[in-house]
Write a new protein. Structure first.
Length: 764
């Protein structure tokens, strides 16, 4: 351990010397004073003796004066006689103390040398390749973090932090974490700041209540750390990983948290005044009671819909007003239980895209919506609609079969040739023909023996129905809203059990998906829904006509064009004229026209071979394009990665034979890519831009593509026109009509006939 100063021994020696000097000085002064007095007395006596001694009294006084003088002279003579030995003793003691002091200094120097040698040895152990040596070294460093070892504090801390940055062994990480916790509690912030903490890996560290103000913790890994009540004011936490960390009641004033990962963290009651908060990761971040007054951030860089507790936080007035506009007021109105089959990442196609934008738009209007899906919570992405829309997962495991959600079992014979299918798409799609190998009886339970896709899907649907029905006793709701045929039976069961109204939302009909050979089971389910639902919602007039032609006129029909959220698109994901690339995005099914895509590509390249074609998607018609020299098969994309299809594209082609709406049209426009889409689609009923086509007229479509890519100025003008058109469309807020419908069905709005003869109403 370090040598301490010999100041106590030196002070004793100095004190003795000063005492001797003071004593001698006092003696000399008093001796001089008495000598002077003796001289005066002798002079006085001589004058008296030489004079006339008149009385006896005078003689007595004289004798007394002489006696006093002699006593004084005797006292000082004795004192002087004794002073010599005293001085000798003092000098002897002083010499002894000086010798003792030198001895102690030598011993302490030896201890200092041993401490320095031990510290050097510990540093060597910390750098050892042997884990036991490293562990012993880390443990030993704690000895040098005690207050009396101040000259070793910075070096010991540096060794700990360097190990925290580089160590990978789990047991070593525990030892390092304990050492850092000890250091943070033993050392002042001024010492802690002398060491760069950037990039340290301290997962699960307990630093609650510590003073860490001003620390450089950029890029640090602090997942699940306990930072409750910690002073981190002015700390640099840029790009730090704080997911799952407990940071409640912490002081983060003026801290830099830019790009930090705070997913699942708690900042409840934290002081974030003046902090920098741009580009945070915030899924399930709780900031209830936190003070963000004066915090600096660009609102658009943070997905606030994924932050919990922001309504209870202290925010600048302008920020709160903006968030209320972006995310909507507190939920109110009819409580809606919305049944879905698809949810990210278990996504099959446009139905999920439409539902995603619809729920987000409804939440911004203050709608009270909870979403119910069949799958396990672990299979889902966290809070796809924001934390104020509850997602109730009923616990079904997605099927393990590795087949595309849009394919038939027949497609599996090309397993060795087909493009890879993401794991997230290995589930039962409701938009795939269940029995592609031939006809079967309408009353057959699960079709032909061996046709496992149909049986898997229907059994999943039946279990979904059973579990959804159980919600009748667990949840309070006013209306059930079901998306597409695979959820209709569950909605009917819930409605029957509770007496609540239900809405059948058709994103497409079976006759549109497979006009030549509709699936009879799906056909029957859709027909039953039209007959029993309190209202039917369709995305377009074209789908309404198909519904009426296939089944019957619904009691109430709401034509609800699919809403779209105008989201910020990165420039890198936008279109590019120079690439001369035409893309297809969607299911490779007969409905979507992959065969027409192949014909159009062939005709286009016959005119201009510099134009290329790519297809993003999967499905039973994949083989139509397999081996085509004109179309490159890219495989399906994860839903969150769909922007990759539009990145650098010169045009998007939608050759669908039947397109109930066409979310791909809206998304292409948002990505600033010119889009060619059917004039008979639902999107064409609402939009005024883009290039309308007849997909069956393949040569005509080919010429339109060549013209589109011939002149940059014209291409750019179409991009701008489309952008303005889609923004205008988003501002129309068609979803408000759905809220009105819910209010009427639940009696919270206009009166509604709930008797057997529901009034037919066209709400176009």
């Amino acid at each position: 351990m370090a040598v301490q100063s010999r100041r106590p021994q030196n002070l004793i020696l100095l004190s003795l010397v000063l005492i001797v000097v003071a004593f001698g000085a006092a003696y000399a002064w008093d001796a001089r004073r008495e000598a002077d007095r003796a001289e005066r007395l002798d002079a006085q006596l001589r004058s008296i003796e030489s004079g006339d001694l008149a009385s006896e009294k005078t003689r007595a006084e004289l004798a007394q004066l002489r006696a006093d003088n002699e006593r004084r002279l005797d006292f000082w003579a004795n004192l002087i006689g004794g002073l010599g030995p005293a001085v000798t003793v003092v000098l002897a003691l002083s010499g002894g103390l000086l010798g003792l002091n030198k001895y102690l200094d030598a011993r302490d120097q030896e201890r200092d040398d041993r401490a320095a040698e031990l510290f050097k040895e510990l540093l060597g152990q910390v750098a050892s390749i042997e884990i036991r040596q490293r562990s012993a070294g880390i443990a030993g460093l704690g000895h040098f973090l005690r207050p009396e070892a101040s000259e070793y504090h910075v070096r010991a801390l540096s060794a700990l932090i360097s190990s925290a940055r580089m160590e990978t062994e789990p047991e070593m990480r525990v030892a390092i974490r304990i050492g850092v916790e000890q250091a943070a509690r033993a050392l002042p912030a001024s010492i802690l700041r002398q060491v760069p903490w950037r990039g340290v890996d301290l997962q699960g560290v307990d630093l609650h209540g510590c003073g860490l103000q001003g620390l450089d913790l950029r890029d640090a890994r602090l997942e699940d750390a306990d930072l409750r009540g910690t002073n981190l004011s002015g700390a640099l936490l840029r790009a730090a990983r704080l997911n799952g960390a407990r940071i409640s009641d912490a002081v983060l004033r003026d801290a830099d948290l830019t790009y930090a990962d705070l997913a699942g963290a708690s900042l409840v009651d934290a002081d974030l005044r003046g902090a920098l908060l741009d580009h945070l990761k915030v899924v399930n971040l709780d900031i209830a009671g936190a003070d963000l007054s004066g915090a600096a951030f660009e609102l658009s860089t943070i997905p606030w819909e994924k932050v919990t507790g922001w309504r209870e936080a202290t925010l600048d007035d302008s920020v709160r007003r903006t968030l209320d506009e972006l995310l909507g007021p507190e939920p109110s109105g009819p409580r809606v239980l919305m049944l879905m089959w698809e949810i990210a990442p278990l996504v099959a196609g446009g139905t999920w895209t439409a539902a995603y934008h619809l729920v987000r738009a409804l939440r911004r209007e203050g709608a009270h919506v909870a979403v119910v899906v069949p799958w396990t919570q672990d299979a889902l992405r966290a809070e796809p609609f924001g934390h104020e829309v509850e997602v109730i997962a009923l616990g079904l495991e997605p099927p393990a079969e590795r087949w595309s959600p849009y394919s038939s079992p027949a497609w599996s014979i090309y397993a060795h040739l087909r493009p890879p299918v993401p794991e997230s798409q290995s589930f039962a799609s409701p938009y795939t023909p269940m029995y592609p190998y031939g006809a079967y009886g309408r009353h057959s339970s699960y079709g032909r023996s061996g046709d496992v896709r149909g049986s898997t899907l229907l059994r999943l649907r039946d279990e979904f129905t059973r579990r959804a029905k159980a919600l009748a006793t667990r949840l309070e709701f006013d209306v059930v809203h079901a998306h597409d045929w695979v959820t209709f039976r569950a909605a009917q069961a819930l409605s029957k059990a509770t007496g609540r109204p239900w809405v059948a939302h058709f994103h497409s009909t079976e006759r549109e998906r497979r006009s030549e050979d509709p699936d009879p089971i799906i056909d029957e389910i859709e027909s039953g829904a039209v007959a029993s639902a309190d209202a039917v919602v369709v995305p377009s007039d074209v789908t309404k006509r198909a519904l009426v032609a296939a089944y019957t006129e619904p009691r109430r029909t709401l034509v609800l064009p699919n809403p779209i959220s105008v989201e910020t698109i990165a420039p890198a994901n936008m279109g590019r004229f120079e690439s001369r690339s035409v893309v297809f995005v969607g299911r490779l099914s007969a409905q979507k026209g992959p065969d027409l895509l192949g014909d159009i590509a062939r005709s286009t390249r016959a005119i201009d071979e510099t134009i290329s074609f790519s297809a993003y998607g999967a499905g039973e018609e994949w083989s139509v394009l397999r081996g085509s020299p004109d179309v490159r098969l890219m495989g399906p994309l994860e839903w969150n990665d769909r922007s990759e299809a539009y990145r650098g594209a010169s045009a998007v082609l939608v050759p669908s034979r039947h397109e109930p709406f066409g979310m791909v049209v809206l998304e292409a426009m948002l990505h600033r890519v010119p889009v060619l889409y059917p004039r008979t689609s639902g999107a064409a009923e609402r939009l005024h831009s883009g290039t309308l086509i007849d997909p069956e007229a393949t040569d005509e479509v080919a010429r339109a593509i060549v013209v589109l890519l011939a002149e940059w100025q014209r291409w750019e003008a179409i991009v701008e026109e489309q952008w303005s058109d889609v923004v205008r469309y988003a501002d129309e807020r068609p979803h408000l009509e759905l809220q009105k419908l819910w209010s009427e069905l639940t009696g919270q709005g206009a009166s509604v006939d709930r008797g057997g003869g529901h009034a037919q109403r066209d709400m176009m």
